[in-house]
Design a protein around this ligand. Sequence first.
Ligand code: SF4
Length: 650
Amino acid sequence: MQVNTKRFLTKSRFKLAVECPTKLFYASKPKEYSDTMQENAFMAMLAEGGYQVGALAKLRYPDGIEIEEKSHAEAFAKTLEYLKRDNIVLFEPAILVGHFFIRIDILIKQGKRFELIEVKAKSYDSMNPEIEGKRGGISAGMLPYIQDAAFQTWVLQQAFPQTEITTALMMPDKAHHSEVDGINQMFKIGERSQVEVKIPAEIDAKQLAETLLTKVNVDAYVAQVLGAPMSYPNGQGMLSDVANVWALAYKNDEKIVPAIGAHCGACQFKAPMGEPLKSGFHECWKEANHWVDKDFAGGTVLDLWNFRGKQKLIDQGIYKINQVTRDDIGTFEDEPNETGLSRMQRQWLQVVGIPADYDCGGYYFDKSYARVNMAAWHYPYHFIDFETSAVALPFHAGMRPYEHVAFQFSHHVMLADGSVRHAGEFICVEPGVFPNYAFARALKAELDKDNGMVFMWSHHENTILSTILRQLSQYPNPPEDAENLITFLKVLTKGGEREMVDLCTFAEKAFFHPDTKGGNGIKQVLPAILKVASKVREIYRKPIYGAPNGIPSINFASDAGFAWVDDFVVEPYARLKQYAKDLLPDSIADETSIIADGGAAATAYARLQFEEMSQVGRDKVVAALLRYCELDTLAMVMIVQAWQFDCEKY
Ligand code: SF4
């Protein structure tokens, strides 16, 4: 059978088209258009535990047969051959009909009845199943999963019109806990992303899968999706109709006219102009608005920080940020009060720039807010940052799927005399070792030496420590020092006597630089503030970091010292990226994002847990993780120094 493998509407392409039909055109040209999702697909699947959940699901059906053929034609032929049997369970069967081709996760055939099961690495709580939204209908969070299942059901029905189909989702269930230890390590990732399952003989694999994964019948929701028009950007139609339109456009490589809107803000085909791979985003906006390159120069309304009315503006024909009026933003005071910049005031600064009265030299700094808040800080200052992961399969008996795992922290200290040092760190990436209690113990050892202020960036650290507190209180077999750790964590978390201070909130209230586009992520604030903080730049352009008489560092120590900025790179994260390549093992040397990109630390952790890697390779990834996390807390130090030395004078 001759089959053109490139031009079918698959389930992932259907999902893409629901987000925006124009994406189909760009998705078919990976060598021509930049696609951030494509780059991250494997890593995202790894980090969220998709491979392991898929393998676990199959254990529920010990008689299931895997369709291993890769080519569309061979896989389809094999599937048809097996489906001649009356009763069978197939994994990854291929269904090809018209311009549609799908691989179903699990298909159970019993006579003329099919059960289609879509396995999702999405945490689900059977005690609180939130498939329906608060205002009725399918919740926004679940809708893409139900639409995916509905599409597959519809395609299967086209292929086998005489059968009765029932549809289910299978997901890790947070309401259930593991009854055995070490599940996490029973599913390793082998070559070519294959999961190698090694279940000890004494464990009932079927029972294990039934405990941790819940199968949810979604027939009623699938019927809802198939029985009413579904919405997509700038249009709606019955799934059967729109799927046919999209499939035909994809087959003929026709670009569906872009319907630009707020959804373009998350478009994966957006890339800086001038890169080797083209930016689909810029192409769409030019096409829709008859723009040229320079029309993007001042920014679009999509850049407005934390603004919910983007679609409304676009509907009114307002596309550029400088077309936005004060009324569009809302009602707000001209001047910030003692609570610092409000959300709307930040948005307005983005639109009109910084008024001359408040311009501190290309940026805004609310000195009165800063003075009041910084006066309450007391030395030593402790800067902490965590790297964490949410692992699909539990480490130990008693744990639930998707528990937070805290595997790394870094700690910098600043004293009243202005001296700074990288004081400590923790990392535990041993396969199968649950690190949270050792993490809390190490953090206690770092912070218990004095009563200085503890700073974090965003609420994440508080969330993680609260999680460990709960785990210590609720899980079986707590460590001997559980009470001590609980007391320590209570003091540090929200409401405690030594509650951590969130520097991200401080930045949001007190500091604005146009380069941050209103955002307050540390990777937005650091490069922006270093542009204007000449005193801090001067400190770090000298090779003092890690030098014998410079700023003590655990991971950058050398006789020559390390300079974080120079005339060309005024951005420490870019500097680290330059170093990243040398540290990674050959097998992942192209993935420098593993250590130069925050979220990728969780992926690195997943690789260290589940992939076979040489000791040399592991050591390199660990070294890279340590350097990355050290920079995160150093970045917090640099920003506070900039507020103290450079911004303070305003
Ligand atoms: S830029 Fe907007 S219209 Fe174009 S593909 Fe992306 S989401 Fe669709």
